[in-house]
Design a protein around this ligand. Structure first.
Ligand SMILES: [Ca+2]
Ligand SMILES: [Ca+2]
Ligand SMILES: [Ca+2]
Ligand SMILES: [Ca+2]
Length: 395
């Protein structure tokens, strides 16, 4: 005698794409307590769906289907949460913990007889961390974030900020992955979303006209809030380890800040690129010594990154007029010029293939394509992700 159990077919999991789901940041502080649930809902929701079974395990028609249960847990095959969802074929879970979650479904009939588990599905929820060691492709669009990891093919979207904000993702809380953050010029405030605890904070630091220059200046593993004030040539840095502020005069009004860890000591180094003479002025954190390097000309865009993978930032510029990257490798002081991009493209270097080396990458607003030159294989990858008005950046 074969047990007559209802069967459950494929269980599918999908990310909830919800581009705009909570109140604008300007009201955050007023309604902090009521906002929490909304934020959690917006950022952790997962939709599970499945097909209704039509037969029992013995092949007879299933005529008394009554509903489904979902079981989830953080280990494969070990389910610590369950919910009776009733007779629906789609359900939104909002209570899964961060990390990787595994879920299965069962069906039950009117007598309460429950099926065996369905296939297992998994979902990785690291808050907004679509990327591990790989960079994700981020778009900032009027306060909405759209994140995509092209290697693992997962995406995430959420609202964090408003139009006019400057996106400044970083690991401000030391959670091991980037967090959504914006700098709002109009009120000189940073709004940071902690993806691990799903809490937010607002820090007033800087003024309208300042250029945000976040980086880990004190080397504690947490991104420090910082701005460069062109009118003064001053850097204002809030140390995450001591919560104290410091001011360093480094640069003139026309300089372009170019933060990076050039000496590889784990601390971000204050640096500027000066268009007027094509010179980089770098203040090494390890020795507090400075150096000036002529590299680039005029309106070249600094594209600091570790292209040779030696743990030190490399001086590099992208020249829009000829779509060429000029890179000075820190490991052996050799240089290279690579054509990658064309006029109108926006450089967005990041380590998209996760090999520890920055990949030459441009975002083309006219067609919403990212063009990545993967350092691991020297092959190119084109990813359509964005629209013309988006601000594109590695995440
Ligand atoms: Ca820090
Ligand atoms: Ca350094
Ligand atoms: Ca390097
Ligand atoms: Ca790479």
């Amino acid at each position: 005698m074969v047990a007559r159990l209802p069967e459950v077919n494929m269980l599918n999991v999908q990310w909830l794409k919800r581009p705009s789901c909570f109140i604008a940041l300007s009201s955050l502080l007023l309604i902090m307590s009521s906002l929490h649930a909304t934020v959690e809902d917006a950022l952790s929701a997962t939709i599970l769906s499945w097909r209704a079974p039509s037969t029992n395990t013995d092949g007879t028609p299933l005529t008394d289907l009554a509903g489904y249960k979902l079981y989830c847990g953080t280990q494969r095959g070990v389910y610590t949460q369950s919910v009776n969802v009733g007779n629906v074929t789609k359900y939104t879970l909002t209570t899964l913990p961060l990390g990787t979650n595994y879920c299965v479904a069962t069906a039950y009939d009117t007598t309460g007889t429950e099926s065996a588990y369905s296939n297992e599905v998994s979902k990785i929820d690291q808050g907004m961390a679509v990327s591990g060691k790989q960079s994700g492709m981020a778009l900032f669009r009027n306060g909405s974030w759209y994140l995509y990891n092209s290697e693992s093919d997962i995406y995430y979207s959420a609202q964090w900020g408003v139009a006019g904000d400057i996106p400044v993702p970083g690991d401000y809380d030391g959670i091991g992955s980037k967090e959504m953050a914006v700098f709002r010029p109009s009120n000189g405030t940073w709004y940071i979303f902690n993806a691990a605890t799903r809490t937010q904070r607002a820090v007033k630091f800087g003024a309208n006209g300042d250029i945000p220059v976040p980086g880990d200046y004190d080397g504690d593993g947490k991104t420090d809030i910082a701005v460069y004030r062109p009118s003064e040539g001053n850097w204002y840095i809030k140390s995450s380890s001591t919560n104290t502020n410091s001011i360093v005069k480094w640069g003139v009004s026309t300089d372009v800040p170019a933060v990076g860890d050039y000496d590889g000591d784990g601390k971000a180094d204050i640096a500027v690129y000066r268009p007027s003479n094509g010179t980089w002025y770098i203040l090494n954190s390890s020795t507090n010594s400075s150096k000036a390097v002529v590299w680039g000309s005029g309106s070249d865009v600094p594209v600091v990154g570790d292209y040779d993978g030696d743990g030190k930032a490399d001086i590099a510029v992208y020249r829009s007029s000829n779509g060429t990257w000029y890179i000075l490798n820190s490991s052996n002081n050799s240089s290279k010029a690579v054509v990658w991009g064309s006029s109108g493209d926006v450089p967005a270097a990041g380590d998209y293939d996760g090999d520890g080396k920055a990949d030459l990458t441009v975002y083309r607003p006219s067609n919403g394509n990212w063009y990545v030159k993967k350092s691991s294989t020297n092959t190119s990858k084109v990813v359509k992700w964005g629209i013309s008005t988006d601000t594109a950046l590695a995440y």
